[in-house]
Design a protein around this ligand. Structure first.
Ligand code: UDP
Ligand code: MG
Length: 320
């Protein structure tokens, strides 16, 4: 079956989503009925260990609008969507999660704004359903802190659910850094941007594929890749502590010269030394974070490795 070049590309990262895939397929088919132009759906299997790839391959075999990319291992959500965006050919690329937390129907609102001339239309979470108080609170604090730390106008409570115009997409695709904080990178490129509000529903099935560890890594990538403020923090802390040590030193000399023979206690030494050690370790660690990232970038490895693909033009010979 030959297909016209798609106008819309939907990019969906998949990591162990076998429980949601059938429902996702149903909702996407419904959405495509309502779309006014040719659509392709690119699902990126981010090294799933369950049946996700088999299910996706089945879907793609039956419906050529579904294209599948299988990565050689779990590269993480941000890299998975990058792989999908690299292969998308549509005029408008829409990135959404597989678990239906980003309701596919919101794409219609995004497309309406795109038709008005906006080049990036992001989904702004109005409400979050079925997420822990902890996740909501940490997310709220994180987005607000990041905004203060960076010079970028990163919109609040915005994830990776967004529509991107071809022009902006081509620019974005040239950015090959390894520590990827995709939503920040989209703010950085500029263009005409706007948001549509939506209600983030709860996960359709299964549990989050973003445990605390991955969330912390994403937060670190966000801060370290978009801000050198932590380094400035080191400098400021250094000045502050130096000032305190100077006062303490002056006081110690004063007591020694004019005091009535007090033996300086080990307590104060212990406190000062351990405190300074702590501060030094924090600051060295902070430097390490940046240096580690420089090392990652300098290696210049590919961002991801594709193991297999289904449904792309180049697959048509090998399949069946
Ligand atoms: N995901 C991925 N690789 C990962 C973790 C997650 O591709 O290493 C996908 C996952 O399948 C889902 C999306 O990224 O489509 C968002 O993940 P999840 O819903 O688990 O995150 P949460 O909504 O809980 O933050
Ligand atoms: Mg989710």
């Amino acid at each position: 079956m030959n297909m016209a070049k798609p106008i819309y590309s939907l990019v969906i990262p998949i990591y162990n989503e076998e429980e949601t895939l059938p429902e996702l397929h149903r909702r996407l088919s419904e959405l495509m009925e309502r779309l006014d132009a040719e659509t392709e759906i690119i699902m990126v299997d981010d090294g799933s260990s369950d049946q996700s790839f088999q299910i996706m391959s089945d879907i793609s075999r039956r419906d050529k609008r579904f294209k599948i990319i299988q990565l050689s291992r779990n590269f993480g959500h941000q890299t998975a969507i990058t792989a999908g965006m690299d292969s998308a050919t549509g005029e408008a690329v829409i990135i959404m999660d597989a678990d239906l937390q980003d309701p596919p129907e919101v794409a219609l609102d995004m497309i309406a704004r795109w038709r008005e001339g906006y080049e990036v239309v992001y989904g702004a979470r109005d409400e979050r359903e079925g997420e822990s108080v902890f996740k909501k609170a940490t997310a709220a604090v994180f987005y607000r802190t990041l905004r203060k730390l960076t010079d970028l106008d990163i919109p609040l409570d915005v994830g990776d659910f967004r529509l991107v115009d071809r022009k902006a997409m081509d620019v974005f695709n040239t950015m090959r850094e390894h520590s990827r904080y995709v939503r920040g990178m989209f703010s950085w490129i500029g263009f005409k941007q706007t948001g549509v509000k939506y209600k983030r529903s709860s996960r359709f099935a299964g549990s989050t594929k973003y445990p605390l560890k991955k969330m912390l890594k994403l937060a670190m990538d966000g801060v370290i890749s978009f801000s050198t403020a932590p380094l400035r923090l080191a400098l400021n802390a250094g000045f502050f502590i130096a000032a305190i040590s100077f006062l303490a030193g002056t006081w110690a000399i004063f007591v020694k010269l004019f005091g009535s023979g007090v033996i300086p206690g080990w307590t104060s030494i212990l406190v000062v030394v351990s405190f300074m050690n702590g501060v030094q370790l924090i600051l060295i660690g902070l430097l390490g974070e940046y240096i580690g990232r420089i090392y990652e970038e300098v290696k210049g490895r590919p961002l991801y490795i594709v193991k297999a693909s289904r449904g792309f033009p180049e697959n048509s010979i090998s399949e069946e």
